[in-house]
Design a protein around this ligand. Structure first.
Ligand SMILES: [Zn+2]
Length: 336
């Protein structure tokens, strides 16, 4: 469920708020920064303030209630949300051109470019939020380009992404970039507490989440935790068939298989970096796993080959690869 509550990012939010009030935003914005830290919520807050009866995103009034509830709507009087669709998770050209969803049904009242060309409702801007903007493909990106550069008066695109390098360069260069930092550990944990997390999980949740709210969902957290433990087991010489289960994609996930590999690969890189840190006499960033990592850090295994292999795999996370051979190959580079 979407909750409009926001933690952190005070300075950015205040600056944006006053720029909006004084009409000092020109053109399109690109919000970048780690995944799951609330970039999208900051963008939504701009739209919510304008629909709020009290004009402060109070969270209580009828205007604000449009932003709460089970599912955040895709279209509001001053907001259009463009999100990746379907199993492949891309933003397709007919979503932009005709405003269709993945079943070719109308998602918006009209195409995005046409929507953007209307004058904003009284006292509002038109906000067009492109979520996971790295999912624009060549053709959908290109159709946005012209409008991105000079959106009509009072209309602003906000592209949100944790992978700006995957955007078309032409898109990046037409937007003003606003970089978000991770949340402070206390800010992230305060949100976790409000979502029912318990102190007993604090250390592992905070270490794995790195100032993000990606792991607010318990299943997501347990999975990340199991993946760390699976890599440690493989590095310790446990057989692939016994240990590798949590690293392999889930059949019923709505993420493509290749995309599901991103998290375990990134976790492996973090573990390898921690081993290097421990060899240099420092503590691991994944501190709750210090004891499990200690014997691996003192072994003389070369960390470069698995690091290189993992980076290479991340660079080429193709859409339809067979994940098991890839994980098996990486496990081999880790083996004693
Ligand atoms: Zn309100």
């Amino acid at each position: 469920m979407y909750s409009p509550e926001i933690s952190g990012h005070q300075a950015i939010r205040e600056r944006l708020r006053s720029r909006v009030q004084e009409d000092r935003i020109r053109g399109s914005l690109l919000f970048t920064g780690p995944e799951g830290i609330g970039k999208r919520r900051v963008a939504l807050e701009l739209a919510q303030r304008e629909l709020c009866f009290r004009r402060n995103a109070c969270g209580q009034c009828e205007g604000c209630l449009l932003f709460a509830g089970e599912d955040l709507p895709f279209e509001l009087p001053n907001l259009l949300r463009i999100t990746p669709e379907g199993k492949a998770g891309v933003i397709r050209i007919d979503q932009i051109r005709e405003g269709l969803d993945s079943n070719n049904q109308p998602r918006f009242s009209r195409g995005v470019i046409e929507w953007a060309s209307l004058s904003p409702p009284m006292g509002c801007h038109r906000w067009i939020l492109v979520e996971e903007a790295h999912r624009l493909n060549q053709s959908s990106g290109n159709i946005l380009l012209k409008t991105l550069e000079e959106p009509p008066q009072g209309t602003h695109f906000i592209l949100v992404t944790h992978r700006p390098e995957a955007l078309l360069q032409t898109i990046r260069s037409r937007c003003e970039r606003i970089s978000f930092a991770p949340l402070a550990p206390g800010e992230a944990w305060a949100v976790a507490l409000r979502n029912g997390w318990q102190e007993v999980d604090h250390d592992r949740w905070s270490a794995l989440g790195e100032g993000s709210l990606r792991l607010l969902d318990e299943a997501a957290f347990r999975r990340a935790e199991a993946q760390v433990e699976a890599w440690i087991a493989l590095m310790g010489g446990r057989p692939f068939g016994e240990a590798a289960g949590p690293l392999l994609p889930e059949k019923d996930s709505n993420l493509a298989q290749g995309e599901q590999l991103r998290q375990p690969l990134e976790l492996l890189l973090r573990l390898l970096a921690d081993l290097a840190r421990m060899r240099a006499g420092e503590g691991p960033a994944l501190a709750p796993w210090r004891e499990a990592l200690a014997p691996l850090a003192s072994a003389s295994k070369d960390l470069k080959p698995p690091q290189e292999a993992t980076l290479e795999a991340l660079r080429h996370l193709p859409r339809n690869l067979s994940p098991e051979p890839l994980i098996r190959e990486l496990a081999l580079t880790l083996g004693a």
